[in-house]
Design a protein around this ligand. Structure first.
Ligand SMILES: Cc1cc2nc3c(=O)[nH]c(=O)nc-3n(C[C@H](O)[C@H](O)[C@H](O)COP(=O)(O)OP(=O)(O)OC[C@H]3O[C@@H](n4cnc5c(N)ncnc54)[C@H](O)[C@@H]3O)c2cc1C
Length: 403
């Protein structure tokens, strides 16, 4: 491990999820010393994000990390909106985006596989120091530096650096240090996920690798990963978390949905609350936030982790300019303008629309949204525009053009 001769001359990254890890690697590759503080004892193994969109694959490619996702993931060019009773409503083939991106598909891969690969790379990186079991408590700043406090097994420790990038997740202590609001809302319903080796295509032969299935009573999202299928339902009203993830409850629900006994939930069962929130500012002075620390959204569309990665790359690029004396640190306000714009005007809109599509109960509204979705899919120009948006390409380009 190599660090600067003056240990205060570094960037502190709080949190080692995808956002923090990508920020650390992007900074370190520019020869900027990084101290990464992660509260867990080891890399997180949450089963959350699985969808990687084209711009994220391009960024991972630039960082030399795309094989970690391609090797462990399933390339998925086609995805669908479906109705539970009538089948495919609209189908989108990202092959139409070949002129726009080197990666005209989604990849379905567990985010923990990327995390593992990133930790492996950072471990050997001469510009990075990773400290596990360091829970960041908050940050203060003066004219030249930040001081980040962390709880460790030896008590509280303080670390100085030039800036801190708070990537410490939805409950971010760094965001609290900024003293900014985290406005938005939490959906009434939670989502429950079951991982199964049952071959869903036996029950639905024309299913694509990603399918959003609308139904007024039992909507569902189905994702095909390399070794299993992940099935996500809305948690039932009044059902406790413990009951929702019980083996017999999971089995009964899967069997009823797929019309087959033996819809075996052999793998994970998880339950999650779903939010739509965006921090009122992403930066004050030397304290900056990104990823779930700055914005959280419904997973319908698979955009949270992707936009965290995009935040990390954007932040690191601007920090590199500051570090090399090519830009004033006011360039970080541009980071906020660009990334907050994506969170509010793009990801939030798309994930709310997708959540409404699958969960709508009103028959007239359902018919209207299915009709609209079909009309988009049937028109090549509209379909192209829709895929540019839902693949996060258009939103990223628009945001990056903002001054
Ligand atoms: C069910 C579900 C499915 C999803 N599917 C997708 C998808 O397909 N595609 C997609 O793009 N997104 C998806 N998401 C969202 C995605 O999981 C998150 O947006 C992503 O994990 C955010 O990454 P992050 O690094 O910002 O935060 P996190 O992954 O939450 O990582 C934060 C890290 O900081 C650490 N930490 C927390 N507090 C502290 C502290 N005080 N001090 C030090 N370390 C700390 C944590 O231990 C963790 O390692 C999904 C989410 C859910 C719930």
């Amino acid at each position: 491990m190599k660090m600067s001769s003056n240990p205060d001359e570094r960037i502190i990254v709080a949190g080692g999820g995808p956002t923090g890890l990508i920020a650390a690697l992007s900074l370190a590759n520019q020869n900027i010393p990084v101290l990464l503080l992660e509260q867990q004892e080891a890399p997180q193994d949450h089963r959350r994000a699985t969808t990687f969109h084209p711009p994220t694959l391009e960024y991972l490619d630039q960082l030399g990390m795309v094989d970690a996702v391609l090797d462990d993931g399933r390339v998925t060019p086609v995805w669908q909106f479906r109705d539970r009773q009538t089948g495919v409503v609209a189908e989108f083939d990202l092959g139409a985006l070949t002129d726009e991106t080197k990666y005209p598909y989604r990849v379905q891969c567990e985010q923990m596989e990327l995390n593992r690969a990133l930790y492996g790379t950072l471990e050997d990186h001469p510009n990075v120091e990773v400290r596990f079991s360091h829970q960041v408590l908050g940050a203060e700043q003066d004219a030249d530096h930040v001081t980040v406090r962390a709880a460790t097994s030896d008590g509280e420790e303080s670390f100085r650096g030039r800036y801190v990038f708070g990537a410490d997740g939805a409950r971010s202590n760094i965001r609290r240090s900024l003293g900014v609001g985290f406005d938005g809302f939490t959906y009434d319903e939670k989502v429950v996920q079951y991982g199964t080796t049952f071959d869903v295509s036996e029950a639905m032969p024309d299913i694509a690798g990603v399918a959003y299935i609308s139904d007024p009573d039992e909507w569902c999202v189905i994702l095909h990963l390399p070794k299993y299928w992940r099935v996500t339902f809305s948690a039932r009203e009044g059902e406790s978390d413990d009951v929702a993830v019980r083996d017999d409850v999971a089995e009964a629900r899967m069997a009823a949905f797929f019309g087959k006994s033996g819809a075996v939930v052999e793998l994970h069962r998880n339950i999650w609350s779903i939010h739509q929130r965006v921090a009122e500012d992403f930066r004050k002075g030397r304290i900056v936030i990104g990823g779930d620390a700055a914005h959280i959204n419904s997973p319908m569309g698979g955009m949270g982790m992707n936009s965290g990665v995009h935040d990390a790359v954007n932040f690191a690029e601007k920090m590199g300019q500051i570090w090399r004396g090519e830009a004033e640190d006011s360039v970080l306000d541009r980071y906020t303008r660009q990334r907050r714009h994506v969170a509010l005007e793009d990801v939030r809109q798309q994930t709310i629309r997708n959540t409404k599509f699958i969960a709508e109960k009103d028959p007239a509204e359902r018919q209207k949204s299915h009709y609209a979705m079909r009309a988009i899919a049937d028109d090549p120009q509209k379909s192209f525009g829709f895929m540019m948006g839902s693949s996060m390409i258009a939103g990223l380009r628009a945001a990056n053009a903002l001054e």
